[in-house]
Structure formats: structure tokens, C-alpha cells
Design a protein around this ligand. Structure first.
Ligand SMILES: [Zn+2]
Ligand SMILES: [Zn+2]
Length: 453
């Protein structure tokens, strides 16, 4: 099947540093065209000879560093969660009912095994009578909360539960559709591209796989009136956005860990710009950009031409949105393919609604060029940890999880080197990256310790 094959053009960025575009030589030191960053040559001679053919596709490129751009994407996903709170159909049951027990940090009496017969447990929140919306996050909602801070954090964790598939998928799809759809941006002929450490992003997609969460960090719910058990965010169905650079580094953007009490976040205040009108959050949950978790599955979005065409047809300016047709069917069947299950009618409707909203946010940001006002260097992005009162930053699961992932990454690379599967140069690069992540980790520990003083 092909969508709007004549009228929609999908742009695929360079996928690999493999051969000269002119002479196809593979063994030379290849250089990227400095103007567009999207073609490779072995020599100046080849570049000159190819200019006539390449000219029409070449153009000034604005490169945004993933390290400074990602809080924008995180803030958008958080906004999606808040938006869905206003829908009666997607409102979380714990936000409209009174909490009857005391699931405070450190308490263990509310941690019970899941009723599915597995050896996994969760913290059970017992829910009673309905409350008014205005009573949410007040002592009426949760009378036994240890402090207002503890109560507010639990509320925000609950707010980020659920709808993971539509939120993550629609964000990735909207990002790719708006940024990578045309060789030139809609405004001034300059195209926008993401990069990391001077290497262009070559693939963007969805990674999916089970993650390990301790029982005390996992939430589930029980309705007192009928003893109905409601599973909270499921760590078996976890997904996030991955970015792979041309030189082979992978970064992951995981905004779904706050529900599991992994409470790192960024200050996104400077990402709130007039046109896109995201709320000026001073803290949005997102795991720091990192690498090394091996997902069970990866689903490319950037390199899925049919999916991108279908989305472009759906989101085209001037067409009535939400037009049901083969494009929508295609997008929704992709969602079920990624999810590995049948999605509910409500999830599908949520997906299409968020796809439209999120596309608009990325589009407005591009057209108005508000990305120019984003922080310019990674050092300007403030990462902090929203700790529980009794948590020591150095034992915080975020740090430990990251540190372990980094150790595993280097160990795996060393093993590959010994087996001759990677070159010494590739191992050097892995070591560099490991050292850089370690340094970053130290900086974060200091920041977390300072925030507690
Ligand atoms: Zn050449
Ligand atoms: Zn070029």
C-alpha cells in the first residue's frame, strides 16, 4: 500500500557512514557535506563533480542538539498526561476517589503480591468514596499522607500512569513527521535536524521491553466498594523513544518512569514558548538521556516510509483532521503491532487525538522558530531529583539503575572485543562514552546532594 505517493515526499536522513556518494568508494576517509550533513564524499574532487546533482537537495541546516532539545519532548508528553485528566473516560480512578490507607514512603504494610499468581508485588492503594475535583491533593483526598509534599508527589505519579502507548507513539510520530518530512523547512529554506555530539540522528523510533521495578515502587489499586483490583502502570509494557546517531550511538528518552518512583526530571520552564503554549513546568519527569538498556524490540519511525506517508496525509495542513480512512487504519494497526496486543477503542481515539495535538506543537515550534530560545548547551539544562523525604541521593534507584546499565554496556563491549566482533577503535569509542556517562553521573550526584542541603 502507498499513501499519496505523488504528493507526499518523505525525507530519509543518511543511515550509515558507508560509501562515497559519487564513486562508491568504501575504504576512504569519508567526509559529510558541511552544508547539509546528508551526503558523504571520499574527496573534494568527488564532492565538486557531484555538486550539480546534489545542489537541489543541499541546503542550510539548523542542527539542534538532542541534549538540549529533549526537555521539550518530555514536557510535551507530560502535557499529554495532564490533558487526558480532563477526559472522564481517561481519568485515573485514584484521582477521583479518597485514599483510605497510608501508602507513605518507607511503609511496608501496604505492599502485597499481585493477584496474578506471580511472585511480583506492588504497593496497594485502597480507594473509597468519590471526591470533588477541587479536593484532589488536599487532606480530604488522602488524610494520612505524611506531608503535603508526599501527597503531592503521589498525585503527580498517579497522573503519569497509563496511556503510555498512545502518548509515546504519537509524540515520536509527530516529531518525525514535522521535523523530517521535507528536505526544506516550511519557513526560510533552512531545515531542522537533530544531532548528538556532532553526529546527525540517523534513526528515531520506539523501543519496547519489560523493565524491572521493585514492589515498593509499583502501584496498584483496590476499590473498597466491590474489592475490584486495578493494575497500575505495567512494567511489562514499557516503551520509550530511541535516537541512534550516524556514528552508532543510541540515546533513549524515557518519560514513563515517574509512575515507578524514578523521580529524575528537568526544568522545562525555558521550553514554554508563546506559540506552543506548553505550561511553564519547573520540573517534568524524564530519565536523563542515557544509553545501554537493551530493549526487547525496536520499531523505527524515521525509516518507516509508509507510516510517515500515512501520518503526513492525515496531518496535512488544510485537510480536515481526523478523517477516517486507510491512513488512520494504517497508523492504528502499527500501534497494535508495536503494542503487541489489541488496543481498545479509547486508546485508538486517544492516539489520533494526541497525534494531532502533538504535531501541531512541533509544527508551531518550527514555524515560529521558537527552538532558537531553547537552552543552547547541555549545561543549561537543569536536571534534579524529586526525592522522598527519607531517600539518600546516592542510593536512589535512578542512579543505581543508570550506573548498572553503564557497567553492563562496557562489559558487553569488552566481551565483543575479545571475541573479535568489534574493532579496537569501536571499543575505544565505547570506553569514551562510558567515561562521559560516568562524569555526567558524578555531576548529577552532586546536583542531587546540593538540592537536599
Ligand atoms: Zn569518491
Ligand atoms: Zn549538501
Amino acid at each position: 500500500m502507498s499513501f499519496g505517493s505523488d504528493s507526499v515526499q518523505v525525507h530519509l536522513p543518511l543511515a550509515a557512514l558507508d560509501k562515497c556518494f559519487r564513486c562508491r568508494k568504501t575504504d576512504a576517509k569519508l567526509r559529510v557535506c558541511s552544508s547539509c550533513g546528508e551526503v558523504l564524499y571520499c574527496s573534494e574532487e568527488c564532492q565538486k563533480k557531484d555538486w550539480k546533482a546534489h545542489k537541489s537537495n543541499c541546503g542550510k541546516t539548523v542542527r539542534l542538539d538532542l541534549e538540549t532539545y529533549y526537555p521539550f519532548v518530555a514536557a510535551l508528553q507530560y502535557t499529554n498526561h495532564l490533558l487526558l485528566l480532563h477526559r472522564p473516560a481517561t481519568l485515573h480512578p485514584a484521582l477521583e476517589r479518597k485514599i483510605l490507607n497510608s501508602p507513605n514512603p518507607g511503609s511496608t504494610e501496604d505492599i502485597l503480591l499481585l493477584p496474578d499468581g506471580s511472585d511480583e508485588g506492588s504497593r496497594i492503594i485502597l480507594l473509597g468514596d468519590k471526591i470533588e475535583e477541587s479536593e484532589r491533593d488536599t487532606p480530604t483526598w488522602w488524610p494520612t499522607a505524611r506531608s503535603a509534599q508526599v501527597r503531592n508527589k503521589l498525585m503527580r505519579r498517579i497522573m503519569t500512569e497509563g496511556n503510555m502507548l498512545p502518548i509515546v507513539l504519537s509524540t515520536a510520530l509527530a516529531l518525525v513527521t514535522e521535523i523530517y518530512s521535507t528536505p526544506h523547512s516550511r519557513t526560510d529554506g533552512a531545515r531542522l535536524r537533530l544531532q548528538s555530539r556532532h553526529s546527525p540522528i540517523a534513526d528515531i523510533g520506539i523501543a519496547k521491553g519489560p523493565i524491572r521495578v521493585t514492589s515498593k515502587d509499583r502501584l496498584s489499586y483496590m476499590l473498597k466498594e466491590n474489592s475490584e483490583f486495578i493494575l497500575g502502570q505495567d512494567p511489562k509494557e514499557h516503551c520509550w523513544i530511541y535516537f541512534i546517531t550516524l556514528d552508532g550511538h543510541e540515546y533513549i528518552l524515557d518519560c514513563g518512569m515517574f509512575a515507578f518512583n524514578m523521580a529524575t526530571g528537568v526544568n522545562a520552564k525555558e521550553y514554554c514558548q508563546p506559540a506552543t503554549a506548553l505550561p511553564p513546568y519547573t520540573w517534568v519527569p524524564v530519565m536523563p538521556l542515557t544509553a545501554g538498556w537493551n530493549p526487547k524490540h525496536r520499531f523505527s519511525v524515521l525509516r518507516n516510509v509508509e507510516l510517515r506517508k500515512a501520518t503526513m496525509v492525515m496531518m496535512r495542513v488544510g485537510t480536515k483532521p481526523m478523517r477516517h480512512g486507510p491512513e488512520e487504519d494504517y497508523i492504528l494497526s502499527w500501534m497494535e503491532y508495536v503494542g503487541g496486543r489489541t488496543c481498545t477503542k479509547l486508546e485508538k481515539a486517544t492516539m489520533m487525538e494526541l497525534l494531532q495535538d502533538n504535531s501541531l506543537v512541533f509544527r508551531l515550534n518550527l514555524i515560529t522558530r521558537e527552538y532558537q530560545n531553547f537552552p543552547q548547551t547541555p549545561a543549561d539544562v537543569t536536571v534534579s531529583v524529586d526525592l522522598d523525604p527519607d531517600q539518600d541521593p546516592s542510593t536512589h534507584p535512578d542512579f543505581n539503575r543508570q550506573a548498572q546499565a553503564q557497567e553492563r554496556y562496557l562489559k558487553a563491549k569488552t566481551k565483543q572485543l575479545r571475541k573479535g566482533q568489534i574493532s579496537a577503535k569501536q571499543w575505544d569509542r565505547a570506553l569514551d562514552r562510558w567515561l562521559a556517562l560516568k562524569r555526567l553521573d558524578e555531576v548529577r550526584r552532586e546536583a542531587a546532594a546540593a538540592s537536599r542541603r
